[in-house]
Design a binder for this molecule. Structure first.
Ligand SMILES: [Zn+2]
Length: 352
């Protein structure tokens, strides 16, 4: 998915109307049709107007007119003022219909959000994020984080609640620390940075693929295309726009056995699987429990993901506690200007 494309904005209501026809004989005026094809993206209904005698396509997004083209040849081809008047009359009806449907949709959207919030609030929340500190595992090429009380530059003394009424921490660490986001710009000179990833990509349908059945035979199994096809035979196609996470259970070593967590090789993705997910299933993003998308420290898969305009979440936790499909993921990160990576907070919202 291209981060800047408009067709990956599933949450924006959109409406469109087709008005089409031909400059037919006056006798056929009475046969003009007025049938509805207004589509409303999130509103759950369709209506609209189709007419013979011209061709108008109107696209309205968020209640504003974005694009209107009129087939002038067809309009000029009308043989009488009466026909033109009739056409104008229908256009007025058409726009009145848009206005009514748009306002009805706004009401429906508001009610839908209210219902959606009630559903979400009653769901189960699962934290997919590790706590991190100065001693938690980090990729061998980076240093451990440093965290210290922030000093008052005037006195060189740490701020304290006792003397200053507050305290705070000074952090020194690489962006790719703990559970973190890698934006495309991490590997791509022209890729999107942290502040450029669209907000709607921070809440997505969640699919969790389970690598653990394969780990008994091969503890570093790369989740293959064959594995994915077996999953799809059972669960149906991976939905477009999903966030797809790979469960390996290696997250359990994060606190209890950090040295084992840092091992290489480790279980992760096979490049062909990622290619299929992004190119055939058009998913939005991927995540995994290891510090790299590949089963070793080579970076083919990570390079592919980031250079094709997607972000990834690394070092995820608790994927064994969410269903394989039917949940949502929310991912948040600081809006660092031109940021190339940062610790992220990810959680799942799943049915009880
Ligand atoms: Zn990373």
């Amino acid at each position: 998915m291209n981060l800047t494309s408009s067709d990956d904005r599933p949450h924006q209501p959109s409406f469109w109307i087709n008005y089409r026809g031909s400059a037919s004989s006056p006798r056929k005026d009475s046969q003009r049709l007025a049938s509805a094809t207004i589509g409303a993206g999130q509103c759950g209904f369709t209506a609209g107007v189709q007419m013979r005698g011209g061709h108008i396509r109107e696209h309205v997004e968020e209640g504003r007119s974005r694009d209107a083209t009129i087939d002038r040849a067809s309009l000029l081809g009308l043989s009488s003022w009466r026909r033109l008047c009739c056409l104008k009359h229908h256009i007025i009806i058409l726009f009145a219909a848009v206005s009514i449907v748009s306002s009805a949709c706004n009401v429906a959207s508001s009610a839908s959000l209210d219902t959606a919030y009630k559903t979400i609030a009653a769901a189960r929340f699962v934290d997919l994020t590790h706590s991190f500190g100065p001693n938690t595992p980090v990729w061998s090429g980076f240093s451990q984080a440093k965290m210290a009380p922030a000093l008052d530059p005037a006195t060189s003394q740490p701020y304290s609640i006792e003397h200053d009424g507050f305290r705070t921490t000074y952090y020194e660490m690489v962006g790719q620390y703990g559970t973190h986001i890698d934006p495309p710009a991490h590997f791509d000179e022209r890729g999107a940075t942290l502040d450029q990833i669209p907000l709607h990509q921070m809440i997505l349908p969640l699919i969790v693929l389970d690598d653990t059945p394969y780990l008994a035979k091969d503890p570093n199994h790369a989740y293959s295309l064959e594995d994915l096809r077996a999953w799809e035979r059972k669960n149906g196609p991976v939905p477009k726009g999903a966030f797809v996470a790979l469960r390996t259970d290696m997250y359990k070593d994060w606190d209890s056995n950090p040295e084992r967590f840092k091992r290489s090789p480790f279980p992760a993705w096979q490049l062909d699987t990622l290619r299929y997910l992004y190119e055939q299933r058009h998913i939005a993003a991927t995540g995994h429990e290891s510090m790299d998308a590949d089963t070793t420290e080579k970076m083919d898969s990570e390079t592919y993901i980031l250079k094709s305009g997607h972000y990834q979440i690394e070092v995820m936790a608790n994927l064994d506690q969410v269903p394989t499909k039917g949940g949502l993921i929310v991912i948040s990160w600081p809006k660092v200007r031109n940021g190339l990576g940062f610790p992220a907070r990810a959680f799942a919202i799943v049915p009880r």
